[in-house]
Design a protein around this ligand. Sequence first.
Ligand code: SF4
Ligand code: MG
Length: 332
Amino acid sequence: MTVILSVRGLKKYFDVTEGWWKKEKQYLKAVDHISFDVNDGETLGIVGESGCGKSTTGNLIMQLLEKTEGEIIFQGVDLSTLSKQELRKKRAEMQMIFQDPFSSLNPRMKVFDIIAEPLLTHLNLSSERLKEEVLSLMDQVGLDRSYIHRYPHEFSGGQRQRIGIARAIALKPKLIICDEPVSALDVSIQSQILNLMSKLQKELRLTFIFIAHGLPAVKYISDKIAVMYLGKIVELTTKEKLFSKPLHPYTEGLLSAVPLPDPMLRNKKEGVILEGDIPSPTNIPSGCRFHPRCPHAQEKCKKEEPTFIAHEEEHYVACHFPLKEGVGVLEK
Ligand code: SF4
Ligand code: MG
């Protein structure tokens, strides 16, 4: 498998110092030194509670935000070394699908213009070819061709997300960052959109980064999953390992928030439900940032920040006392 995207030591700190006279700066550490690889054609799910830095990570990769530190290497090229023009070209190969298709679509533009816009910006097509392209994109995402002159408000949420997807695939990108693309939709519609996305992934050999706040949403579509907490990735592994053998207490907490059909399992998981609020990213706890909420925290956790290391093949975790078999038994 070829690595298509490598993120190394990525940071985004926002200066939130109030008052110019303050000597000591205060930073909101939205993304605080994260590293991961995504292979060509696979889906990396990124999950975590709101404010954990997952959308910021997506926006940094898309170059919509300027990083504080770190490297973003896409198709072997460090994006920060590119000129504006080169970056514009590369950006065509990375697209984004947003959570709220309504606010991400211009209400004054018709479907045709919305889908045609990226084609017009990047390619030089005759008006005939342009119309053909738009119609074929509408076919690919399951939108009726007769809708071509309608406005976004004339569509349901699911159809609007189809328009967003058509627009995102218009330039035949390699990587699509999907920022909670189904969380605003009804459950029945969610699965339709997820099915469409995996169909397109196979047909067009797309790589996805799929951002969501809960594990159920990423379970279906992801090959690997990164769990984020307060700006850090705390666990990263294959979907199978994450669900069968989570090593980080926070992942265990997220899993216990998933309704389990088996009552035996539900009992087993009792007591690990996440308690307490997420601390502010402007005031990150000392040591392991999860320690105030961790049911397994020990003295060491308050003082020393755990490093993000491979615990076994393809299973990275940042915890001093990783769980055994995901049932809360601590290792010495
Ligand atoms: Fe919990 Fe300590 Fe592991 Fe942090 S390092 S997750 S506090 S056990
Ligand atoms: Mg978000």
